[in-house]
Design a protein around this ligand. Structure first.
Ligand SMILES: [Zn+2]
Length: 455
């Protein structure tokens, strides 16, 4: 009797272990199977004898970017291959093919019920929102300089342009270590994963806060004599601007006016708007996450906090996030969340389709509209309307000093307000010097290419 009871008890324990183990396997199957199937070194899918057709990656018009039908075949155009490096990876695996990692299972036709049963019978197509022609135009316009160019449709979220320099031909991976200067940070997708000192582009954040917080700000006059005492130190301006309105202060990028405004707003208010606008947040889409910007005036002196409101001190922005901020200014305070992948199909069936999602409200409608008008004033009076393809545009430049012996980083961000071309853009040229002169010719070429791509 005692023996039988012991055996029964032992059998129950064994049965319990089995059930727990099975539940574990089932849970892992449903949570991780797709990751495992599309894992790059999965022997069954990618390295097997009957390696299935993993499909193709095409741009918004169907131009081939990457063909994985027989091994790995990149686009014919060398410029296009270079422009796509940071999203599609290289032949040696130094840069991961991020989008293939994210959508690998959809491209293989995998689902949890049927597994990869259909793999090999049909093939997948991943269609991007990017335009091959715009990518090429942007990389050519960047002209071998380090930096990034991004453009997206702030109504839908489609990213038309995302290039990062330096880059290289994925078919001809260079010896990066042999030329560290030329290939400095080459593995980084600067648009998504870099942050930059914003320089005067940050005045847009201070302006947004001032438009919401300070009554009568649009009719105020500032006085600039080339410098001003703020706290214990002196803020130096880029010129002697005399009496200027708020819009003129932005168009002339007057440090005196904006340092005074930042001091008036105070560090807490400024920080609140920085957070609301999302400067210190990360955006996620298509398996990518942007690097967070930086703004911390918690231990800053009055002078340092004011200097932070001018875009100096320890401020940092991420280009993608800042582009979305531009979209929100143009679009009444909110903008579409950006994305890169339009759809994934396998044979005749749709495996993934992008949906437009809006950001939270980054700024009030009134503040957005007033700021958009001020940025348009800057285009008309400072930058020159001819750079914007004859479209109604707004913009702000920035020049961020990098320390002794190094040319400043040039930044330029803005938007087009046109029902057919609702575009927000950001350009960074590292070591480009003055923001507007380094970046406006790039904006011009890229916007022209976007307009052709959208027609
Ligand atoms: Zn000034």
């Amino acid at each position: 009797m005692n023996k039988i009871a012991k055996r029964a008890w032992f059998t129950m324990v064994l049965a319990g272990v089995l059930v727990i183990g099975m539940l574990g396997v089932i849970a892992r199957y449903f949570t991780q199977a797709d990751e495992w199937v599309s894992f790059l070194s999965s022997p069954y899918i990618y390295r097997g004898e009957n390696s299935p057709d993993r499909g193709t990656v095409v741009d918004r018009d169907g131009t081939l970017l990457l063909d994985l039908t027989h091994g790995r075949q990149y686009a014919e155009s060398e410029t296009l291959r270079k422009a796509m490096l940071h999203l599609l990876g290289d032949s040696q695996g130094y840069i991961a093919p991020y989008l293939l990692d994210e959508y690998g299972d959809e491209m293989l036709g995998f689902d949890r019920v049927n597994g990869a049963y259909h793999a090999g019978q049909d093939s997948g197509t991943l269609k991007m929102t990017l335009s091959a022609d715009v990518q090429r135009a942007a990389l050519n316009a960047l002209g071998g300089q380090k930096g990034t160019v991004g453009v997206y449709n702030y109504k839908t979220g489609e990213i038309l342009c995302m290039v990062s320099g330096p880059t290289y031909d994925p078919l001809d991976v260079p010896d990066v270590a042999a030329d560290p200067d030329r290939y400095d940070g080459v593995y980084v997708n600067r648009f998504m994963h870099a942050v930059y000192a914003p320089g005067s582009t940050f005045k847009l954040v201070t302006a947004a806060a001032a438009l919401s917080e300070i009554d009568g700000i649009t009719s105020r006059t500032f006085h600039c004599e080339g410098s001003a005492q703020v706290g214990s130190e002196t803020v130096i301006c880029n010129g002697v601007h005399g009496d200027v309105t708020f819009a003129q202060a932005l168009a002339k990028s007057c440090n005196v006016a904006f340092a005074e405004l930042a001091a008036e707003l105070g560090p807490e208010t400024l920080t609140r708007y920085v957070e609301k606008i999302g400067i210190t947040d990360s955006l996620s889409f298509d398996g990518l996450e942007t690097k967070r910007g930086h703004f911390d005036v918690s231990d800053a002196t009055t002078y340092e906090a004011a200097w932070a409101g001018v875009g100096q001190y320890t401020d940092q922005i991420n280009p993608c996030q800042f582009m979305v901020f531009m979209g929100a200014i143009a679009n009444g305070g909110t903008a579409a969340m950006p994305y890169l992948v339009e759809e994934v199909t396998f044979g005749d069936s749709e495996k993934y389709s992008a949906k437009t999602q809006m950001t939270d409200r980054l700024l009030s409608r009134d503040a957005a509209d007033a700021l958009a008008e001020m940025m348009h004033y800057a285009v008309v009076n400072t930058y020159g309307e001819w750079y914007f393809s004859g479209l109604y545009a707004g913009a702000k430049s920035g020049t961020a000093e990098r320390g002794e012996g190094l040319a400043a980083n040039a930044l330029f961000a803005g938007f087009v307000q046109d029902p057919d071309y609702p575009l927000a853009f950001v350009v960074v040229v590292e070591g480009g010097g003055a923001g507007s002169s380094a970046c406006t010719p790039i904006v011009q070429q890229v916007l022209n290419a976007c307009i052709v791509a959208m027609d």
